[in-house]
Design a protein around this ligand. Structure first.
Ligand SMILES: C[S@@+](CC[C@H](N)C(=O)[O-])C[C@H]1O[C@@H](n2cnc3c(N)ncnc32)[C@H](O)[C@@H]1O
Length: 226
């Protein structure tokens, strides 16, 4: 991904803008607000409440800036919820760039600076613990090549939009995600595209269109029980 530029979104948090793709990593209406609403509140927190699972295994498609990982690490510490976080990223960002992102100003936990630094400094392909409840494995890999049957409870599907990266929203990739999920399993994403939701239904997911974060009418949560 060429030459990402830092941009401020409406809630004051940063995102990255890719001029060639004409795409940003997050909603311009608020990067932290979007991450919290889509992945934490309507994904992780909802899942924990309905299942009561002592440990939750998460697969993230697209580590990028590490914002979702940071928000999840913060959740694990605050809620004392054990989380195993696996994240895929074929195009890791330069540390000089991620150091300039202002996400640690947007969370008020005393460990947040340490967590964000560690998220970017830890080695790829090695499991690391960031607090007593949160471990992370960053893998330098595309979702298309990922094979880990029945390992995850939740997939944070945070790829670039279907208009920019259509191949990743394909039913074949969603089948890979389905294989990776235990039961009950869940996929959450900011995306609400019709074909994407029909693909999920075809694969046996129960699809919910939920109110989206600011600037977006809807988001998608898909669950699978069998
Ligand atoms: C919309 S950004 C979101 C990134 C991240 N979740 C964040 O909060 O910064 C999409 C991410 O997906 C990554 N990506 C692109 N192709 C991918 C693929 N085939 N498999 C997994 N991730 C991919 C991009 O490099 C980028 O980091």
């Amino acid at each position: 991904m060429d030459n990402p530029q830092i941009r401020q979104t409406k809630d004051g948090s940063h995102t990255l803008w890719l001029p060639e793709l004409e795409e940003s990593y997050h909603s311009i209406h608020g990067a932290v607000t979007e991450s919290k609403w889509v992945f934490i509140e309507n994904g992780l927190d909802y899942f924990c409440q309905i299942t009561g699972n002592k440990e939750v295994n998460i697969l993230e498609v697209g580590f990028g800036t590490g914002l979702n990982a940071l928000m999840t690490c913060n959740y694990s510490q605050v809620k004392k919820q054990r989380i195993k976080y696996s994240t895929l990223e074929p195009f890791p960002l330069a540390t000089e760039l991620t150091k300039q992102l202002n996400y640690t100003d947007c969370l008020d936990h005393p460990q947040v600076e340490f967590w964000f630094q560690e998220l970017h400094m830890i080695n790829w392909g090695q499991i690391e613990w960031l607090n007593p409840y949160f471990s992370i494995l960053k893998t330098h890999e595309r979702i298309q090549e990922h094979t880990a049957p029945g390992q995850y409870d939740i997939c944070y599907f945070d790829a670039f939009a279907p208009g920019k990266q259509p191949e990743i929203w394909d039913i074949g990739v969603l089948e890979t995600v389905k294989r990776g999920l235990r039961r009950p399993g869940m996929l959450v994403t900011y995306c609400a595209q019709g074909q994407f939701k029909r693909n999920l239904m075809q694969l046996g997911f129960m699809v919910e269109a939920l109110p989206g974060p600011p600037g977006k009418k809807e988001m998608t949560r898909a669950t699978i029980d069998s």
